[in-house]
Design a protein around this ligand. Structure first.
Ligand code: ADP
Ligand code: MG
Length: 618
């Protein structure tokens, strides 16, 4: 038992799926992409290759025994010794028969056991997980726009699929396809040794098979990729409906969402038909080739026997070999199906996973050095992926410790501006200097740690309240977390929380994306998180929009007290929130159109004053 345990452990520990891998870019061409991962487990795959070869050779050997046994028994019979039974047989052929038994039982079992161990104990858990893990590590480093351009459900599905598809593809390549190739070559070799015409038929058979495969396989591969793609289209559509379930129910559009999925499924189904038609044709053609070849071989070997050029044993052996070869070729087709399906899926997942990171540190990036929080924005232009819009040639200087309020109608570019400040996107032109350092020239992590940021759409993790507030600060003290929650006016309501599993207060789970909290509660937790971070630049993007004005005032008072001497940027629709800031910036169409204190802007009688008058009426 101990030995078995040790053997299992030895194979299970062969690949370390979590070994650190610094800053890598997966290649985005299929062979290079697969090799990138396979190379990390190359010895295991090599073992699979060698064991495949051994299995195939042993198989061929075992089949040659059929002929040998027939010949040996005919010889034994014709020498008139049969009456002596086992004793006579063993006397004459004991050694040979025993050696056959050793091969059939011991050797073959050993090779098969090793093969199974490498596949099931090493590659399946090790390689599958290695690939998923590394794919995830690469994906999580992708830029914000990468995630905005795709569905989270689709991305995670592909990361998950990647290891399995590529692993299975490699296993079938190394085991079955390789096995069959070796088997075919040995069959041809053995038959050549018997008679060159027999060998020639096998070679012709293989060639015909090759041409059939060459015609069909590019089509199989192409259609496998399309089916994989239309398949993930279905799951994308489903995830989209699940994630927006409330809107679906409100509009009573279950039916039309169903139709959406139905539509995607029908497209998928049509593609499957095209795909499987090719598979069916491939199977029929290949079997036709095999049937012709086997019949020819049969006729030929009988012909040889009639001409006394070969023994009965050889006839048995040749026929057995050929039938076995046909069986294997059929299995090969089945596996080619799986293999090319996996190639298709691998290619499909590769196209997502192997995208280079959108925003990368320059090669010799230094750590950002914070001094006093001075921000210079010079001629910033950014249109997302469009020809125009968002920000146009915007310049702005923010002094250290200055408190800035940003106003502007929705879509005027406020959120875009602060996203660029934290380098969530790269500007098309212009630059941003913080404390004299161009933010595109420093390491992203080192820059972002100096920001506390409350987003417009607050993001919550499906974890406890405590973990949501102390996010990114695992060693912070409980007292500090509670103090931050108190400043954000969140402590009281947090104490009253209770989740489905009976956990209460800070330990309660808050549901996926915080769905179990009110909008104002989510905002207060986000503010607590930002406060706890104690970063020297604070940015609030409509962070108190869902709170009543009294709560908002209290929190804002607390915030500004905490942020004494630090740089603060506040975006707000409710102008009373920001009227007391040092300076107000009015954005319109991606440009700064007004700038000054509240009193100055009211006097200017421009956009701000118009906004103010409108709000004062309520
Ligand atoms: P604000 O915060 O002032 O309401 P935003 O900065 O969010 O405005 O948006 C400015 C413009 O950029 C809008 O026209 C908006 O449609 C566009 N925009 C915002 N986010 C994206 C995005 N991720 N991709 C493409 N366009 C975007
Ligand atoms: Mg916004």
């Amino acid at each position: 038992m101990r030995l078995i345990e040790r053997v299992f452990r030895r194979f299970e520990g062969w690949i370390d799926p979590f070994k650190p891998l610094e800053d890598y870019e997966p290649p985005n061409r299929l062979v290079a992409y697969v090799w990138f991962y396979v190379a990390q487990a190359k010895w295991a795959f090599l073992a699979l290759l060698v064991l495949g070869l051994l299995t195939a050779l042993l198989e061929a050997l075992v089949f040659s025994y059929v002929g040998q046994v027939v010949d040996l028994l005919t010889g034994f019979e014709s020498s008139g010794e049969k009456a002596r039974g086992w004793t006579g047989l063993m006397e004459q052929y004991g050694g040979l028969l025993l050696s056959m038994l050793v091969v059939v039982i011991l050797l073959r079992l050993l090779v098969i056991a090793l093969d199974a161990l490498v596949e099931e104990q090493t590659i399946v858990p090790g390689f599958f997980i290695l690939m998923r893990w590394q794919s995830h590590k690469h994906i999580i480093g992708q830029s914000l726009s990468f995630f905005q351009n795709d569905l989270a459900g689709r991305i995670s599905q592909k990361v998950f699929q990647s290891g399995m598809a590529t692993g299975d593809m490699m296993i079938s390549l190394l085991q079955i396809i390789w096995f069959i190739t070796v088997y075919a070559v040995t069959t041809a070799g053995v038959l050549f040794a018997l008679d060159w015409q027999l060998g020639a038929i096998v070679v012709a058979w293989m060639l015909a098979f090759y041409f059939v495969a060459r015609y069909f396989i590019p089509r199989v591969r192409e259609h496998a990729k399309i089916t994989a793609d239309t398949g993930s289209g279905i799951s994308g559509r489903m995830v989209d409906a699940y994630a927006n379930i409330q809107t679906v129910k409100l509009h009573g559009t279950e039916k039309s969402e169903e139709d959406g999925v139905l539509n995607a499924t029908q497209i998928h189904r049509k593609e499957i038909f095209k795909f499987t038609r090719i598979l069916t044709m491939l199977r029929i053609s290949a079997n036709f080739v095999s049937a012709m070849a086997i019949s020819l071989i049969g006729i030929m070997v009988i012909d040889l026997w009639l001409a006394d050029q070969t023994s009965l044993g050889s006839v048995a052996f040749v026929l057995a070999m050929s039938l076995r070869l046909r069986l294997l070729l059929n299995r090969l087709l089945g596996n080619l199906n799986g293999f090319f399906r996996n190639v298709g899926v691998t290619q499909n997942t590769m196209e997502l996973i192997a995208q280079p990171h959108g925003i990368r540190d320059v090669p010799d990036a230094l750590d950002f050095e914070f001094r006093n929080g001075e921000i210079r924005i010079e001629n910033l232009t950014f249109h997302y992926d469009r020809p125009e819009g968002a920000l146009n040639d915007l310049s702005l200087n923010i002094k250290p410790g200055e408190k800035i309020g940003i106003v502007g109608s929705s879509g005027s570019g406020k959120t875009t501006l602060i996203h660029l400040l934290m380098r969530f996107f790269e500007p098309q032109s212009g630059r941003i200097l913080i404390d004299g350092q161009d933010i595109t020239k420093v390491k992203q992590d080192s820059l972002r740690q100096y920001f506390s940021f409350v987003q417009q759409d607050v993001q919550m993790f499906h974890r406890t309240v405590y973990k949501n507030i102390a996010y990114g600060m695992p060693d912070i003290s409980k007292a500090k977390v509670e103090a931050a929650a108190k400043l954000a006016n969140a402590h009281e309501f947090i104490l009253e929380l209770k989740d489905n599993n009976g956990a209460t207060g800070y330990d309660s789970q808050i549901g996926e994306r915080g769905v179990k909290l009110s909008g104002g509660q989510r905002q207060r937790i986000a503010i607590a998180r930002a406060l706890l971070r104690e970063a020297p630049i604070l940015i609030l993007d409509e962070a108190t929009s869902q709170l009543d004005s009294n709560t908002e005032k209290v929190i804002q008072g607390n915030l500004l007290e905490q942020m004494e001497g630090k740089t603060v940027i506040v975006i707000a629709h409710r102008l009373s929130t920001i009227a007391k800031m040092d300076r107000l910036i009015v954005l319109d169409n991606g440009k700064i159109v007004e700038s000054g204190s509240h009193d100055q802007l009211i006097k200017t009688d421009g956009l701000y004053s118009a906004f103010w008058k409108k709000q004062a009426l309520h």
